[in-house]
Structures are given as structure tokens and as C-alpha cells.
Design a protein around this ligand. Structure first.
Ligand code: NAD
Length: 278
């Protein structure tokens, strides 16, 4: 099962390629081309990543039909607000050389703005310019706020999630509301690896430690977007559909949970400080 059905009936690949920090054009095009060749059909970018035009180019030169690829981008913090989001969306479409997006997400819940930003995303959805409306880095309080201010609930919430930050409470809250969780930094941004326990588990299945982590996400029904520019790793990160972890192994991974957040915590009142200069 490579695809997950979403609450609005659309389908999304369970594994996509994250392209954060891929700003070197040749490197990015090579990575995306490799990914499409080995079977990836989803790409996660953002205005912040400054590579939407390269993503668009890589898709154009590939032999894969556009409608077979699930493309996500995100509205950056400085573009938030209703009109600003509509304008930012148009710019993203232009850079990506597309006429619709599969998913558009509020990148962070900017205080005082994120409800208006999401209202614009709702409008884009109603106008069929996006297939899946969503958000990112939204915690329970932000999702509750959106319940009051919007008519269409977010279908996806993309949050930091990996063995060091398992997000069980937020995931349970999203599940109750049929909001699908997409994990960013699924490998802990490289901080979990190398790891002997995970390698040991992997040996049982003839898999690597990275594959064990990625499979752990899939067992929890989380969509993942691991990033790599290395062809062998891009391939490795996609070869996670031919085994499953048993209960005992899942338990071993549970023990890694230690509030090991790498990014900003949007529940902190001053979390926007994290983005100064970005
Ligand atoms: P990640 O957990 O995917 O880790 C990426 C790093 O792990 C790579 O740079 C590489 O060093 C290492 N790696 C990758 N595959 C490996 C393998 N098979 N073996 C060993 N090491 C391996 O971290 P990420 O890039 O931060 O997150 C993935 C994607 O999530 C990003 O590219 C981006 O698209 C998205 N993202 C979203 C947000 C957000 O706020 N919404 C924030 C950060 C990232």
C-alpha cells in the first residue's frame, strides 16, 4: 500500500521526498530525478526553501505525468494573511510552473495571522486550485482555533516527528479529527543515526537503521518525507514497503522518545524569534 486515503477522499503517497536545503540546482534536479526513477511520487517543498522553480523544472523534464506526482508547498511566515496568502500562492504556482497544487500548507501558525492564512487556503481549495488543504506545525490550540474560524478542516498537519519526538498526544488529537499527520524530519534530521540498537533491529529484516525508523513511522500510519541528495539513500529510504516491525521492535523505538525537538515549538509564546533573519 503505497498510498494513503485522506479525509477528503484524495490519496497521497505515504513516502515523499523532502527538498529542504536543496538549493544547488544541479544537485536538486539530480535528487528529484533519482527519486522519480525509483518510484517516489510526492515532493515536499516550501517558499522558504527557495527551490520551487527547480522542483518545477525537475518535474517538467521527468517522464512522469504531472498528475501522478503529489506536490506540496507552503506559505512562508512573512506572506501570511488572507490577501497575502492568495498572492504568495500565485507566485508559488508560477515558480513551480503548475496550474494547480496537490497540497498547500500554512508553514507555521503565525500569531494573529494563521486563521486568515488558512481562510485563504480554504478559498483556494473551493476554487479547485489545490486538492488538499492543510497546515504545518499546528498544535492542538491552533487546530482548535481553526475549528472556530474555518468551514473546512485541514486534511493534513505536517509536524516534526521522529523517534526522539514522537508527538503521541498531538497525533491522537489529529486522529480524532481525521487529520492525517505528515512527519517532517522523519530521521530526526540525521540526529538519531548512526544507532546500534536500530542497526541490530534492521539486521533481522536485512534493512538499515534509517529504514527501521521510516518503517516505524509507517506502522504508526504517518506520512513521511525524508530528505537526501545521495542516490543510494534516496533509494534506500523508499525501500520500506517490503517488511514490517513486530511489537517488540516497536516497543524498543518507543523508548527513544525524549522531547528531542530540533525546530521551533509553536506552543511557546515567543516561538517566532526562531525565524529572525529568515
Ligand atoms: P530528515 O529527518 O529527513 O533528515 C535528513 C538528513 O538525514 C539528510 O540530510 C541526511 O543527512 C540524513 N539521511 C537521509 N537519509 C539517510 C539514510 N538513508 N541514512 C543515513 N542518513 C540519512 O530531515 P529534514 O530534511 O529536516 O526533513 C525532511 C523534510 O521535511 C525536509 O526536506 C522538508 O521538506 C520538510 N521539513 C518541513 C519543515 C516544516 O516546518 N514544515 C521543517 C523541516 C523540514
Amino acid at each position: 500500500m503505497l498510498m494513503k486515503k485522506l479525509s477528503n477522499g484524495e490519496k497521497i503517497p505515504k513516502v515523499g521526498l523532502g527538498v529542504y536545503k536543496m538549493t544547488d540546482k544541479e544537485e536538486a534536479i539530480n535528487a528529484i530525478t533519482t527519486a522519480l526513477e525509483v518510484g517516489y511520487r510526492a515532493i515536499d517543498t516550501a517558499t522558504l526553501y527557495n527551490n520551487e522553480s527547480v522542483v518545477g523544472e525537475a518535474i517538467k523534464v521527468s517522464n512522469v505525468p504531472r498528475e501522478d506526482i503529489f506536490i506540496t508547498t507552503k506559505v512562508w511566515n512573512s506572506d501570511q494573511g488572507y490577501d497575502e496568502t492568495l498572492r504568495a500562492f500565485e507566485k508559488s504556482l508560477e515558480l513551480l510552473q503548475l496550474d494547480y497544487l496537490d497540497s498547500y500548507l500554512t508553514h507555521w501558525p503565525v500569531p494573529g495571522k494563521f486563521t486568515e492564512t488558512y481562510r485563504a487556503i480554504e478559498r483556494l481549495y473551493e476554487e479547485k486550485l489545490i486538492r488538499v488543504p492543510g497546515v504545518s506545525n499546528h498544535h492542538e490550540e491552533h487546530l482548535r482555533e481553526l475549528e472556530k474560524s474555518s468551514n473546512i478542516k485541514p486534511v493534513i498537519n505536517q509536524i516534526e516527528c521522529h523517534p526522539l519526538l514522537q508527538q503521541n498526544e498531538l497525533i491522537a488529537f489529529c486522529k480524532e479529527r481525521d487529520i492525517s499527520v505528515m512527519a517532517w524530519g522523519p530521521l530526526g534530521r540525521g540526529r538519531v543515526l548512526p544507532d546500534e540498537v536500530l542497526s541490530e533491529i534492521g539486521k533481522k529484516y536485512n534493512k538499515t537503521a534509517a529504514q527501521v525508523i521510516l518503517r516505524w513511522h509507517l506502522e504508526r500510519d504517518t506520512i513521511i518525507i525524508p530528505k537526501s541528495v545521495t542516490p543510494s539513500r534516496i533509494k534506500e529510504n523508499f525501500e520500506v514497503f517490503d517488511f514490517s516491525l513486530d511489537q517488540a521492535d516497536m516497543k524498543k523505538l518507543e523508548e527513544y522518545d525524549c522531547n528531542g525537538r530540533t525546530g521551533a515549538n509553536s506552543s511557546e509564546p515567543d516561538f517566532m524569534r526562531h525565524f529572525e533573519g529568515m
